[in-house]
Design a protein around this ligand. Structure first.
Ligand code: CP
Ligand code: NVA
Length: 303
């Protein structure tokens, strides 16, 4: 199928189908090498461990191959237009995965590419992360419907994608963030529409106690995302009360799980006690990047 995955909204009607497929792929229940002889170009404008390795290994396991392209080495890094890059790569490969600084650049790439474009994170969203996270939630909590996830910290790209996916799966979501660090208005508007359609609730508040009420999943991410480095000192001050520690975990339901997209900084957004403790599912979550993305690759690139 054609189309691209830039936002969770792009797969609004197929989120459950893709997650179900991810579960089947993880269980080894699909045909051998469905992407035989297919090639994925992977453009990285920012660092990555999980995204790079999980897409590369995922393509290999599906019978295809991936090509790593650092934007520093591409002609794009020297100013070749995105339009030309999209057209040229489309003549060589069957799909393009891109981790970009600006979401609008990925929109432009997808507009002109003749093959599917999959976002591996922009400053606005991280849809593959959200899919992996929801696969992990289902594995640990049994279901999504009626459960509640709380994102604590910066209303960033990871938070934005979770805000879109949670209501589509029947989950309530709260965001506990300091004033001035709320998620994007457009995202909130869409998330609230999805919540209305699915009878779920979205709450954004700087009151940690309110946000953590009846929560089954406590999620956090770094205070300083890639690109925000200049604000690091201010952010460390502003986010200090939002550190996920044992006291904060104590406000969630007993048995709540702790999640983090990684990389994490122990002692900043989360204490070692929590991230390395019994409620943490971070490595299952990281592993699920590959299973979820194999489902995405299958969905977009299989003939
Ligand atoms: N969570 C995530 O996207 O990790 P990487 O930055 O290592 O790819
Ligand atoms: N919010 C983080 C996520 C990293 C996977 C960032 O954009 O740096």
């Amino acid at each position: 199928m054609m189309g691209s995955l830039l936002s969770v909204s792009d797969i609004k009607d197929d989120v459950k189908y893709i997650l179900d497929l991810a579960g089947k792929i993880k269980a080894g229940e699909i045909e051998e090498k469905p992407l035989k002889d297919k090639t994925l170009a992977m453009i990285f404008q920012k660092s990555s461990t999980r995204t790079r390795v999980s897409f590369d290994v995922g393509m290999y396991q599906l019978g295809g191959r991936a090509i790593f392209l650092s934007s520093n080495d591409l002609q794009m890094g020297r100013g070749e237009p995105i339009y030309d890059t999209a057209k040229v790569l489309s003549r060589f490969v069957d799909g393009i995965m891109i981790r970009a600084i600006k979401h609008s650049d990925v929109e432009e790439l997808a507009e002109h590419a003749d093959v599917p474009v999959i976002s591996g994170l922009t400053d606005y969203e991280h849809p593959c992360q959200a899919l992996a996270d929801m696969l992990t939630v289902k594995e640990h909590l049994g279901d999504w419907t009626g459960k509640k996830i709380c994102f604590v910290g910066d209303g960033n790209n990871v938070c934005n994608s979770l805000l879109l996916i949670a209501p589509l799966l029947g989950m309530d979501m709260s965001v506990a963030c300091p004033k001035g660090y709320e998620p994007d208005d457009e995202i909130l508007k869409t998330a609230n529409e999805y919540a209305d359609e699915n009878n779920t609730e979205i709450t954004v508040t700087d009151d940690i106690g309110v946000a953590l009420e009846k929560v089954d999943v406590v999620y956090t991410d770094v205070w300083v995302s890639m690109g925000d480095e200049a604000e690091a000192a201010q952010r460390e001050k502003d986010f200090a009360p939002f550190q996920v520690n044992s006291d904060l975990m104590g406000l969630a339901n007993p048995g709540a799980i702790f999640m983090h997209c990684l990389p994490a900084i122990r002692g900043q957004e989360v204490t070692a006690e929590v991230i390395d403790g019994p409620q943490s599912v971070i490595f299952d979550e990281a592993e699920n990047r590959m299973h979820a993305q194999k489902a995405v690759l299958y969905y977009y690139m299989k003939d």
